[in-house]
Design a protein around this ligand. Structure first.
Ligand SMILES: [Zn+2]
Ligand SMILES: [Zn+2]
Length: 365
């Protein structure tokens, strides 16, 4: 017996999804919208701890040989099988997927077993940027002068997906001290002579830095660097997790535990502590001889953070676009047309007006 964690509209009974624009759950059929409190009051929403663990739909193992020909990148990874509670179709996904959308009926499918017990997130930041805004941003971004003409932005943009990425948030203190040599240089001229004076100082600094919610991406599938680049998230909007936020989006479950990710957090924390200590030293140059530090993690929380992702290939090379689903900050790379690039380089060397006009006449821009 499958448990349907998706929520039904208390007014008309249709499935309702999180609406990033309205910041609430909205029904596409009757137009009503609801806050979590309203859904809970009407018995239409469940807290994670209310999910009956015995009733949660369990995955079935998948014979991977059968799916060798799949092209969605999941081949070779750990595949599991669920049944869509809406249309009964089989959904093949990998072990760390927490929410997806049934490709047959469009129904939101939340894998209950992936968000209970150890896997239950503490917090979520709900999506704030609606899909139409992301698509618009991608269109603007991809219509660069150097983008090849046959790079089909309008078709690719449909592949844009809202994905909740699992993050660990570390809080604690770091105490650090640096031993360094500070150098100040003074130069002046008297008569025909130019003088240089170097003064050396022995520098010692120590301090304690308290940090809150240093984020580390907990999914091995996402590019750590890409996730770092779309930070920061505004943690004042962290909300207690509820499975309903996942409906209509994709979601990953963590597959790297908080111990494994700790090293990355520690590195960030310790680099920041060193930089803060350095900032208190006012010398022309500072040579650090020794940096000692000790990090004490006091609290780790598990949070789902919203991202818009788009992966594509052009001439067999991968390209991607990632946007912070809360703030709209994005990064991405695009293919570059070599012919256009050559013309642009010429433009830079002068005679730009004529070549520019010719290029435009030839339909290159
Ligand atoms: Zn409705
Ligand atoms: Zn379905």
């Amino acid at each position: 017996m499958a448990v349907n964690i998706s929520y039904k509209c208390p007014t008309c009974g249709a499935e309702i999804f999180w609406n990033a624009e309205k910041n609430c759950w909205a029904c596409e059929y009757c137009g009503d919208s609801f806050t979590l409190e309203q859904l809970e009051a009407q018995g239409a929403a469940k807290a994670p701890e209310e999910i009956n663990k015995d009733n949660v739909e369990k995955h079935e193992e998948v014979d991977t040989d059968e799916y060798k020909s799949s092209t969605d990148g999941t081949v070779g990874s750990d595949l599991v099988k669920y049944t869509c509670s809406h249309c009964g179709a089989e959904i093949i996904t990998d072990r760390s997927t927490a929410a997806t959308i049934c490709v047959y009926c469009g129904n939101a499918v939340i894998m209950g077993e992936q968000i209970i017990d150890d896997f239950s997130p503490d917090y979520v930041i709900p999506f704030k940027v609606p899909k139409k805004d992301v698509m618009e941003a991608f269109r603007k971004f991809s219509k660069k002068p150097l983008t090849p003409k046959d790079f089909k932005c309008d078709q690719i943009v449909d592949k844009m997906q809202g994905v909740y990425i699992p993050f660990w948030l570390y809080s604690g203190v770091c105490s650090g001290s640096i031993n360094a040599e500070g150098v100040n240089v003074r130069t002046w001229t008297s008569g025909n002579y130019r003088h240089t004076e170097k003064k050396y100082y022995s520098v010692f600094r120590d301090g304690i830095l308290e940090f809150e919610r240093v984020p580390v991406d907990a999914s091995s599938k996402t590019e750590n660097d890409a996730m770092d680049s779309i930070e920061p998230f505004d943690y004042s909007e962290l909300t207690k997790f509820n499975p309903g936020y996942l409906s209509g989006y994709l979601a990953e479950r963590y597959d790297e535990n908080s111990d494994k990710c700790l090293l990355r957090a520690q590195e960030r924390i310790e680099n920041t502590t060193r930089d803060e200590l350095k900032k208190t030293c006012d010398y022309d140059t500072l040579n650090i001889h020794n940096y000692t530090k000790e990090t004490n993690i006091k609290d780790v929380k598990y949070a789902m953070l919203p991202t818009w992702l788009l992966y594509t290939t052009y001439k067999e090379k991968p390209y991607f676009f990632a946007m912070n689903g809360q703030t709209g900050k994005f990064i991405g790379n695009l293919p570059i047309d070599k012919v256009k690039l050559a013309i642009y380089s010429l433009l830079g060397c002068g005679g730009g007006f004529l070549i520019g006009a010719l290029a435009r006449a030839a339909g290159l821009f």
